[in-house]
Ligand binder design. Structure first.
Ligand code: MG
Length: 375
């Protein structure tokens, strides 16, 4: 029996994790639940699963602490270290998940990571702590789960290239001159995946794939030039690993996050939980193309941040979090997201990515952009 704590239990990944656990009652048990501020859903989940450990980053004003013992980021850091926890699912939105992730790794817990922002903001620090405390870090991100599985076909030192696929989002074929008019509602219509609002907008700008390139670099210890992106609009092939002999191993499945979640929670076991199966004859064809840089400037910015290194990816990520929130609130245009990220990167003087520098750079970028007037 693996005892699981979920950070971000009320979000899309959190709810799908609970669905996976419901299907596997003999193997998985929920022992902890935490979220940002949705305490009603949190308490309902805690009641359903009989969970004692609950946490909220931002408690409601009316005294919640009698029902919710762990409060604030520091509360979550204490919660993940409790003795009854084996695996911590990190699915909180954004770099706010960094400290609880480090706390879990420092306590030797297995971390199943959905929040890619943690590795983008502080990949070097996180991978070092994972190694130092012998705490496994398993990806939940579907492309990285696919890459992790495909890499088992050979030795890590024999990996030549990793290809991450991207759906291209809802604007893959939209005329470029109409991008300024993109509405929030249009950006939230993802063609294949059912996800939270932030990652859906990131998929539309393809910043999501840029963040995933950086995430992959850290997770698999690859050079930037070894990680490539192809648009694959069917979202069936999630990652392809090319070995030095030219053999390419891919991972294919229907776009359903419950599979990578289940794989991370049970690794290295596999079980049949009756998820829908891939039937290639129903898909018909699989297509691949190179992304157009003019259509996806955020992808280029992410590669640029990764090339510069140090705290530049931290700033890329923080600026993107601020910009996507502003877009979702109707304060800026879709095309301003890339502009805001570029502006923060241009103003930033990168430093080596120590934890202290990362925290400073993250705060610096958020302060810089939130002081701006809405456009
Ligand atoms: Mg992904």
């Amino acid at each position: 029996m693996r005892r699981v704590l979920i950070l971000g239990s009320t979000g899309s990944i959190g709810k799908q994790t609970l669905d996976v656990i419901r299907r596997l009652p003999e193997r998985l048990q929920v022992v902890g639940l935490a979220t940002y501020r949705d305490h009603k859903t949190l308490l309902a989940q805690a009641a359903e699963f009989g969970v004692r450990l609950t946490g909220l980053i931002e408690p409601p004003h009316a005294s919640p602490s009698e029902h919710i013992p762990f409060v604030g980021v520091e509360g979550l850091c204490a919660m993940v270290q409790c003795a009854e926890v084996d695996v911590v699912v990190v699915a909180l939105g954004g770099a706010i998940a960094l400290k609880p992730t480090l706390a879990a790794l420092e306590a030797g817990k297995t971390v199943a990571l959905a929040t890619k922002e943690v590795l983008v903001a502080a990949g070097e620090v996180v991978m070092r702590v994972s190694e130092q405390f012998n705490a496994p870090l398993l990806p939940i991100d579907s492309e990285h789960s696919g890459a992790f599985q495909a890499m088992l076909a050979g030795r890590r030192e024999h990996v030549a290239r990793l290809i991450l696929t991207a759906s291209g989002g809802p604007f893959r074929a939209r005329p470029l001159e109409t991008f300024d008019a993109i509405t929030v509602q249009e950006a939230l219509q993802h063609p294949n995946w059912d996800m939270g609002a932030k990652i859906t907008v990131d998929s539309a700008t393809m910043m999501n794939k840029g963040l995933e390139v950086i995430e992959a670099q850290h997770l698999f210890g690859l050079k930037l030039e070894q990680v490539e992106v192809l648009i694959h609009s069917q979202s069936i092939v999630h990652a392809l690993v090319e070995f030095v002999d030219g053999s390419v191993i891919g991972q294919l499945s229907l776009p359903d996050m419950r599979l990578p979640i289940q794989y991370a929670l049970l690794y290295p076991e596999r079980v049949d939980t009756e998820l829908p199966r891939l039937r290639l004859e129903q898909i018909g064809q699989l297509t691949f193309e190179t992304p157009d840089p003019a259509r996806y400037p955020c992808l280029e910015l992410a590669y640029e941040a990764a090339r510069i290194g140090g705290t530049m990816p931290t700033v890329l990520n923080a600026a993107n979090e601020v910009a996507v929130r502003a877009f979702l609130q109707g304060r800026i245009r879709f095309t301003d997201i890339a502009r805001m990220v570029e502006q923060a990167m241009t103003a930033h003087q990168p430093l080596p990515a120590t934890l202290e520098h990362v925290m400073q750079a993250d705060g610096w970028a958020r302060a810089l952009l939130q002081e701006q007037k809405p456009i």
